[in-house]
Design a protein around this ligand. Structure first.
Ligand code: MG
Length: 235
């Protein structure tokens, strides 16, 4: 398998704050929280981890039922929040997706902290959803490395590849080559969990020097410069 996994926020798109707006509206509606604590970081983390931290810091319940209530309200509010926000598809994204889809034997997938319904809402809004047939999402896991492993499992199921071959090594293992593209150090770390080639882009909130400190395999200013990634996947 040769698979390039994409993060969503700050990597494929900038949602113009739509996600955080829908979070804030949901917490206000369900839990009476007027202003979300600024102490809980969003970038590079799973929706479930962010939600559990916010529920705890605001003294709300943290049961499975609370999570389900959050999930339902948040994903129903997200489409309108996206319409009200000024976001964009990030530079080079459409061209890179086209190149990878044309590349023989290369597949693309998602590896994101967004819940599946949130990922779908965001990428439908930006007309990218139809490109992605599988992925790992932030519905069940709080740890991004667990999401990475479930993204590989989803790829295997989609491509009907046996899971007998353990994934290891530095991005390449036998015929397997995985790459993970993301805008935070969490993306780089979770790439390591599946032995993937880590590509960092500072198109989210994390500056290049912080990304470089996490030692990605490739760091580029935008996905317009992703040629080395395409060549690595095809080599
Ligand atoms: Mg991101």
């Amino acid at each position: 398998m040769r698979i390039c996994f994409f993060d969503i926020d700050g990597t494929l798109i900038a949602s113009g704050g739509a996600g955080q707006q829908a979070f804030a509206e949901t917490f206000c509606q369900l839990f009476g929280v007027d202003q979300l604590s600024g102490e809980v970081p969003f970038a590079g983390r799973s929706d479930r981890a962010i939600t559990m931290d916010l529920l705890e810091i605001h003294g709300c319940g943290t049961t499975a039922k609370d999570w389900e209530r959050f999930h339902q309200e948040y994903t129903s509010r997200l489409p309108d929040a996206l319409k009200e926000s000024e976001g964009t598809v990030l530079p080079g994204v459409v061209n890179l997706i086209d190149q990878l889809q044309e590349a023989e034997g290369v597949e693309i997938g998602l590896l994101t902290g967004n819940v599946l319904a949130g990922a779908e809402a965001k990428l439908v809004h930006y007309n990218l959803w139809h490109h992605f047939a599988f992925g790992g999402y932030g519905d069940e896991h709080t740890d991004r490395s667990d999401i990475a492993r479930s993204a590989v499992d989803a790829a295997r199921r989609h491509l009907e590849v046996s899971s007998n071959d353990e994934v290891s090594g530095n991005g390449a293992n036998g015929n397997d080559r995985f790459a993970v593209i993301g805008d935070t150090i969490h993306d780089i770390r979770c790439a390591r969990a599946i032995g993937a080639y880590a590509v960092a882009v500072p198109t989210g909130l994390t500056p290049m020097e912080e990304l470089l400190a996490a030692e990605p395999d490739l760091a580029i200013e935008t996905l317009e410069e992703a040629r080395p990634l395409v060549e690595w996947l095809m080599s």
